[in-house]
Ligand binder design. Structure first.
Ligand code: GN1
Ligand code: MG
Length: 367
């Protein structure tokens, strides 16, 4: 079945009438398949949508995602009112004719649809004021949800940011070496063993109860933030697939991994990869000034560690996937996952040298 036939079938189920004018695949995500679709209605009106097929090999129980989204939307509606700025700052999905915010097609594929919201999702930002506002938006996301009982949420991917378990999975893949790729990655592999205490520190703080569970986004790259093309102000938070209970440090950390890096995530010229102080401070100021309304002092102390931990973790995930034969992250060139891993290792190394500065800067904005 072609993709347009599938989109047509979905349009019927959502009561969207009209002719498909554009059906264009968006290449930016590593996991799901996303299509921008333009429809011309019988009244010659132009309507724009995003149709997304969820990757059910990664999200084995995708209904859990939609349950979480429904929970947070209901919470925000009750708290602020359905049409408030706060509720529209978060992407929500259209209901099909059965009243569900997702659709299972007969071929087993899992879909959701939303009205296209115009804006830019940046792969690289070098304007500190946009970074500041992105920090504010992710801090605000947690702040708005800080009074939602985390126990009503599902774990859409269990142990998603359990870095200890990620390290164990990495270690198992190194031992298994299913594609004979260990011998060409020995230097990279050594980084994870040499620094393996990084994998334990946040998990231990979580397990002893020193850090509370929050409602977190868990994928806070800035391309998950839609920005107005003209005013450059944040419009809404995208990609709620991994919203679930987690640590505040995971969201801050993943965002810093992306926002404070001077390069893109898969840069091959490693001399361009480092943590930039201007970017770091802009994002941190936006995040901490908003999130200090609910953060405990122990959480504030954990934020810089979050950045190092998530960078280490993602590096290990990229390298484990490379060793595994590239089954998880989509790749666009042969050694793409290795290149991504090298870039994240370089960034983690730079964070290690700037660690005291990072901790002090976070503290400065908490006062
Ligand atoms: C994946 O598909 P995307 O880009 O939203 C991944 C994140 C990684 C990110 C790295 C479910 O997110 O954890 O940080 O790639 N999502 C999942 O770019 O594994
Ligand atoms: Mg995602």
């Amino acid at each position: 079945m072609t993709i347009t036939t599938k989109i047509r079938e979905l349009m019927d189920l959502y009561g969207i009438d009209g002719e498909i004018m554009v059906c264009q695949r968006n290449e930016s995500g590593h996991i799901n398949d996303t299509y921008f679709v333009v429809v011309r209605t019988s009244g010659l009106e132009r309507r724009e949508f995003i149709f997304q097929r969820v990757n059910t090999a990664v999200f084995t129980e995708p209904c859990k995602i939609m349950h979480n989204i429904a929970c947070i939307t209901a919470h925000l509606n009750a708290k602020y009112g359905a049409k408030s700025k706060e509720t529209t700052e978060i992407m929500s999905y259209l209901s099909n004719q059965n009243g569900k915010n997702y659709t299972h097609l007969s071929d087993g594929s899992f879909w959701r649809v939303n009205a296209f919201v115009d804006g830019i999702a940046y792969d690289q930002i070098d304007d500190p004021s946009i970074l500041h506002d992105t920090g504010y938006m992710f801090g605000h996301f947690q702040n708005m949800l800080s009074d939602l009982d985390t126990s009503i949420l599902e774990y859409t991917i269990p142990d998603f940011h359990n870095t200890k378990k990620r390290f164990e999975a990495f270690d198992a893949k190194v031992r298994e070496d299913p594609n004979d790729r260990v011998r060409r990655t020995e230097k990279e592999i050594a980084f994870f063993y040499d620094n393996h205490e990084i994998a334990d520190r946040l998990v231990n703080l979580q397990n002893t109860g020193a850090l509370p569970l929050r409602v977190t986004h868990n994928d806070t790259k800035y391309n998950n933030m839609l920005v107005d093309a003209i005013t450059k102000e944040p419009v809404c938070v995208l990609d709620l697939d991994t919203v679930m209970p987690g640590l505040s440090a995971h969201d801050y950390g993943d965002a810093i991994r992306c926002a404070a890096n001077t390069s893109v995530e898969d840069e091959t010229d490693l001399s361009r990869v480092r943590l930039d102080k201007t970017y770091f401070e802009a994002f941190t100021k936006g995040f901490v000034t908003e999130a200090k309304a609910f953060l405990t002092p122990a959480e504030v102390d954990s934020l810089a560690l979050g950045a190092l931990t998530i960078t280490y973790e993602l590096a290990s995930r990229f390298l484990a996937d490379y060793l595994d034969g590239d089954n998880y992250f989509k790749i666009s060139r042969r050694h793409h996952n290795l290149e991504r891993a090298r870039c994240q290792i370089r960034l983690a190394e730079d964070m290690m040298t700037q660690y005291d500065y990072m901790c002090n800067t976070v503290k400065r904005y908490y006062q």
